[in-house]
Design a protein around this ligand. Structure first.
Ligand SMILES: [Zn+2]
Length: 195
């Protein structure tokens, strides 16, 4: 089932623990993770438990550092597709001065699609496919980042189960974008061996 939403909010405390999440965050997390989540089991847990890729965690940690020390809000373009919906989101991250960090996302564009590869409930093979956490493009063996539309041509194995396992990275373009929105402040570990 696809969840329609236009905004999503959550916040973390000075130690990056979730202090509250709204129902859309829970709905989205449920849609993208086969595990059951409820506000009572999420609040108090570090945000980092919900971000599996170390490089993606690093980006968010730098964003937290930036908004807390610079006191400025950041707007990050973001894509968070589900198996049935393409979603383009504008994510605003800000701090209230007490160390809390607030996330507010606004849905910029949505359209129906069918990308079974994104359905965590479907069987997986041992092979892996690298996906960017932010723009959701997939990396070819040659290092090129491609959109879902090109998947069938580049990765026939991604068209039917068992699907390759998705491992997350941050692509060069999204690293560059993050540097731009952070005004050059961000000292990202941009040359990780994972990229
Ligand atoms: Zn990207």
């Amino acid at each position: 089932m696809s969840i329609e939403f236009t905004t999503c909010q959550y916040a973390v405390d000075a130690l990056d623990r979730l202090v509250w999440v709204d129902r859309w965050w829970l709905a989205f997390a449920k849609e993208n993770d086969a595990g059951g989540l409820a506000e009572s089991t999420v609040v108090g847990r570090p945000l980092w438990e919900f971000i599996s890729d170390p490089a993606t965690r690093d980006v968010y940690k730098e964003i937290h550092r930036y908004v807390r020390t610079a006191g400025l809000a950041l707007v990050v373009p973001f894509r968070c597709d589900s198996p049935s919906m393409e979603r383009r989101i504008s994510l605003t991250v800000s701090s209230d001065g007490s160390g809390h960090v607030l996330y507010e996302s606004i849905l910029v564009r949505a359209r129906r699609h069918r990308v079974s590869l994104l359905d965590p409930r479907l069987p997986r093979s041992q092979s892996e496919l690298r996906m960017c956490s932010f723009c959701k493009r997939v990396q070819t063996d040659a290092g090129r980042w491609i959109e879902f539309d090109e998947l069938d041509e580049q990765f026939p194995e991604a068209a039917s189960p068992p699907f390759p396992q998705l491992t997350y990275r941050v692509c060069e373009d999204c690293f560059a974008e993050m540097r731009t929105v952070c005004g050059g402040y961000v000292g990202l570990a941009s040359d990780r061996d994972s990229r």
